[in-house]
Design a protein around this ligand. Sequence first.
Ligand code: GLC
Length: 444
Amino acid sequence: MADKINNFQELINKAKVVLVANRQQLYTVPSKGLYPHQVLWDGCFVAIGLSHIELDQAKSEIGRLLSAQWQNGMIPHIVFTEGPHYWWDRRIWRSWVSPLAPKKIATSGVSQPPMLAEAIVAIGKQLSDLDKIAWYKSVFLQMVAYHQWLVRERDPKGEGLVVQLHPWEIALDTTPPCIAQVREEALPLWIRFLEVTNLEKIGDHFRVDTKYVQSKGQRSSNIESLALYNLLRKIRSSKYDSSKILSRPAFAVQDITYNSIFIRANSLLLEVAKDINEALPRELLDFSAKAATSIDKFWDQQDCQYYSREFVSGKLIKEPSIGALLPLYSGAISASRAEQLVKTLSDRDSFNLNYPVPSVPANSQWFNSTRYWQGPTWINTNWLIISGLRRYGFDDQADTLTKSTLKLVQKSGFYEYFDPISGQPSGVNNFSWTAALVIDLAST
Ligand code: GLC
């Protein structure tokens, strides 16, 4: 470990500068220009990185996320920065349409992959035993309410899998399974019309995100963006009420990455509970007990591959993406399945490119090395895979991926994502989770 820190000390120092630059006192935003609000899984990754260097700030990040918890237990995916400048951003979501939203702070109306337990435990690991217990006690009840919300409202059929209602909730927004599903179920006629007439190009004038990147081809297409906003409008009109939305869902996917993270989060919450001599509610224990059979529902025997699943029909969405590897992170698959995933990871035709791991395998028809979640390498998914590899004892593979990840950032900077073939940076620069996870990978 000391060796690793020495080799990457300069990189760690630069990463700290990025994090401080994106800080708004109590919390850190993903990147000052394009994403000026606190975002749930970004905030968790930031806290994981900060746990090595600024523990109080790491706790403060989590504290702010928890302060935005809804009365039903949901932790929203965006906690807005205050001030007149961001009036429009808050109005897009209008969390106040729901009676369950917090009154004092504006938020979004959906959640994001449940990385909170991982961040809380990462902080706990850096504390003395006494401080750790106090820390865990301070967050426990809210964490239980959050996980209970997921089980109660997002697993209405009791399948042991939770459903997501918007690609932004999945957070791998435009990965092929999300967009394939949006195209099939949630593309209204007026958007189709704009597409076939090419009128969608007018959208170029309204796009803000493309101004922060080197080329607009690195972002989602106008049609994809319009479809996602249209879907947001729909769930907002149901006041973000899960059961109402699920009675006639336009988009309802059991995402494999989200579910893998939730399975892991539940086992971490159990560790927290044990450390403070508390018991978890029955429904969370029952949910966890089903994890191995639940995750098997994502497995396709014919293709020997994991896919996300359509909630209503239970059909697999047979579009490969990085999600195919994420069951490694869940810890709930068998050793032989894990071995199979390690083989997939090392396949030169799919995931093992020059700068792994691409968000979509190279042999997929969707693969585009620079476009958002449709090909580039992201540091957070690498981090999840590394964590999973270690849990299954694949330390050599984990070390190799850690090194290639750190070298990629060393070569190309703290960007949002990277071309897996050339290593060239894409998306926005000075991206917080890239910086934070570099600190974690170089320090552990
Ligand atoms: C993008 C990503 C999402 C992330 C957000 C803020 O929307 O898809 O995962 O949380 O940006 O960085």
